[in-house]
Design a protein around this ligand. Structure first.
Ligand SMILES: Cc1cc2nc3c(=O)[nH]c(=O)nc-3n(C[C@H](O)[C@H](O)[C@H](O)COP(=O)(O)OP(=O)(O)OC[C@H]3O[C@@H](n4cnc5c(N)ncnc54)[C@H](O)[C@@H]3O)c2cc1C
Length: 157
């Protein structure tokens, strides 16, 4: 299984961790992995902006979605692009942050590894900010009448 490394992910163009004398220093830092680039994950990454750690944020989508305005998209008051922004763009100026597009499947807390659909990520500290989903209280047939509104596609009428 391929292990996702720093050469697999985007890092701020303002900082080259692979530059001369920087790589060893960079990888020696504690590694914080954040699952989810929504409200919680972005806030956590930003909060670590000045911390002496390297941060890897992994999300299955390449964009942050401002869910409170989904209704305006559903009613055509806004374009989907008005409420979505690439996560890489949001964190592009953060020198200690990398963004990986990936689907987290499981977490091995003993080995401190996040299993992705196409690799794995080792961490020292893990922040899980993968959001929540709606529940039909065992009545999945209600899905057809009341689909979830948490995505641009699902939120459209
Ligand atoms: C229609 C609507 C309107 C809302 N209006 C308001 C409002 O007016 N005010 C308010 O305070 N709140 C509102 N909310 C709620 C608010 O949007 C959520 O509370 C907030 O987005 C939760 O943030 P989060 O970081 O926990 O999760 P999210 O913002 O949902 O982010 C989770 C992220 O994790 C990623 N992810 C999930 N699973 C995985 C995985 N296995 N691997 C990789 N990535 C994964 C997702 O792609 C997503 O980017 C609204 C929600 C909806 C749906």
């Amino acid at each position: 299984m391929r292990r996702a490394g720093f050469r697999d992910c985007f890092c701020s163009s303002a900082f080259d961790p692979f530059g001369p004398d920087r790589y060893d220093q960079f990888v020696a830092q504690q590694h914080v992995v954040i699952i989810g680039g929504g409200f919680g994950g972005i806030e956590a990454a930003r909060g670590l902006r000045k911390a002496p750690v390297r941060v890897t944020l992994v999300d299955r989508r390449n964009h942050y979605l401002f869910q409170p305005l989904l209704y305006q998209v559903a009613t055509a008051a806004l374009n989907p692009s008005d409420i979505a922004s690439p996560i890489r763009r949001i964190l592009r100026g953060q020198r200690n942050a990398c963004v990986i597009l990936g689907d987290a499947l499981s977490i091995d807390t003993q080995k401190k590894i996040v299993q992705l659909a196409d690799g794995e990520l080792a961490y020292d500290y893990l922040i899980v900010a993968a959001g929540a989903t709606h529940s039909y209280f065992g009545h999945e047939e209600w899905l057809e009448a009341a689909p979830g509104a948490g995505r641009v596609r699902g939120g459209r009428a």
